[in-house]
Design a protein around this ligand. Structure first.
Ligand SMILES: NC(=O)c1ccc[n+]([C@@H]2O[C@H](COP(=O)([O-])OP(=O)(O)OC[C@H]3O[C@@H](n4cnc5c(N)ncnc54)[C@H](OP(=O)(O)O)[C@@H]3O)[C@@H](O)[C@H]2O)c1
Length: 359
């Protein structure tokens, strides 16, 4: 039981699936955080694409609850009173203020770096700020006031396990895994003989893919996770160091979503024969990311059915760290690698962990 409560001001960007859930969790766990950790995460700012709510004394509870309802109804924050332009944000970053990015925006890297440079901290579930050129992102990997656990494997303790190994003198040798639940689901269906076009349509209707399934099928999202793992391991790779195999031909990149879905049956035979050729009693294919100090590959790879990767049949993620300490058998982390609740809980854990350090 802790008696003194330290207040950590937080500005949260993003009120979508993850942001809306995080908003609720921060309010629900307020008493527990004070009792168990002596910390209060005080939301002083909340932003989305439409603007920013801001009060340096803390946003009032009734406004936070209204923002949560707006998020649940998919409304932007400008339906609420007191919204300010997002351009005000850089001037509000200050010592001790944590900026949390749970958007999918491409443009927040500079803001997160400013938050750290101002003597505060940065937390993100958004992969974009970490996957640009190394020279533009290295500060976010090298400064201790940054947390980004949920960028790989959502709420699974992937980044912190890797950092724990490095902090205790270990060295990564190779990292491999299945980092996309969507592509795991696709491979398991193809292995069973379900046509490619049917699996893509099914994954999309279950909400496993982005609205444009090519965002998942391109492999780019997996590559971004592999790059984050590599950079965390101490390998300053660029995206161009990864060879990525997309699961559709570039000729189909220019089609509209509907045109792509209608044409996807043209790929049924190709993927059926790839899985047939690779498949046997013992082997199958999985969409695997492999990365080491010099680079890596992301694409379909043969695996033994009896191996952990071959045994994955649903949207679970699997990450194996081959290191100096874990040389005979890798250190393995596996479990659900997506979902708003586990992701929001992971971001909350990052916030509390960083808040403990800042306090
Ligand atoms: N969902 C998961 O399971 C999961 C797991 C791991 C990581 N992530 C990552 O977490 C992030 C959020 O995911 P999500 O599922 O919550 O996405 P989402 O539902 O699309 O929400 C994104 C939010 O960010 C806002 N936004 C977009 N661009 C912005 C900008 N430039 N400035 C401020 N706000 C902006 C959006 O506002 P508008 O709606 O007005 O555009 C929306 O509120 C993504 O980067 C995703 O890759 C998600």
């Amino acid at each position: 039981m802790v008696t003194d409560t330290r207040v950590i001001p937080v500005i949260l960007l993003g009120t979508g699936n993850v942001g809306g859930t995080l908003l609720r969790l921060i309010q629900e766990t307020r008493a527990t955080a004070a009792r168990r950790k002596g910390l209060e995460l005080r939301l002083i700012g909340l932003g989305d694409i439409s603007g920013l709510l801001y009060d340096p004394a803390g946003l009032p509870d009734d406004l936070l609850q209204a923002a949560q309802r707006a998020a649940e109804q998919r409304q932007t924050l400008d339906v609420l009173p007191g919204i300010r332009p997002l351009e005000d944000l850089p001037g509000l970053l200050d010592t001790g203020v944590v900026l949390a990015d749970v958007t999918a925006a491409k443009s927040t890297g500079g803001l997160l770096q400013s938050a750290v440079a101002a003597g505060g901290g940065a937390v993100m579930a958004n992969k974009n700020p970490l996957t640009g050129l190394w020279q533009d992102t290295r500060l976010l990997f090298e400064r201790p006031q940054v947390r980004y656990e949920c960028t790989v494997g959502a709420g699974l303790p992937v980044i912190r396990s890797l950092k724990h190994l490095l902090d205790t003198g270990d060295q990564a040798v190779q990292i491999e895994g299945c980092l996309s639940g969507t592509l795991g689901y696709l491979c398991a269906g193809l292995e069973q003989g379900t046509p490619y076009s049917q699996m893509v349509a099914q994954a999309r209707s279950l909400g496993y893919t982005e609205p444009d399934p090519r965002d998942d099928l391109s492999g780019h999202d997996v590559a971004r996770k592999a790059l984050i793992l590599a950079r965390t391991a101490g390998w300053p790779l660029e995206m161009s160091d990864l060879v990525v195999e997309p699961l559709y031909p570039t000729a189909m990149a220019g089609l509209s979503v509907d045109e792509f879905l209608a044409a996807a049956h043209q790929l049924d035979d190709e993927y059926a024969s790839r899985f047939n050729d690779a498949g046997s009693e013992e082997n199958t294919l999985r969409y695997v990311a492999q990365v080491g100090p010099e680079g890596g590959t992301v694409g379909l790879a043969p695996v033994a059915k009896a191996s952990p990767l071959g045994a994955l049949h649903g949207p679970a993620n699997y990450i194996a760290f081959h290191t100096r300490y874990y040389s005979d058998l890798p250190l393995v982390i596996s479990g659900p690698g997506a979902g708003p609740l586990v992701t929001a809980a992971g971001v909350l854990d990052d916030l509390l962990d960083l808040a403990s350090d800042l306090a």
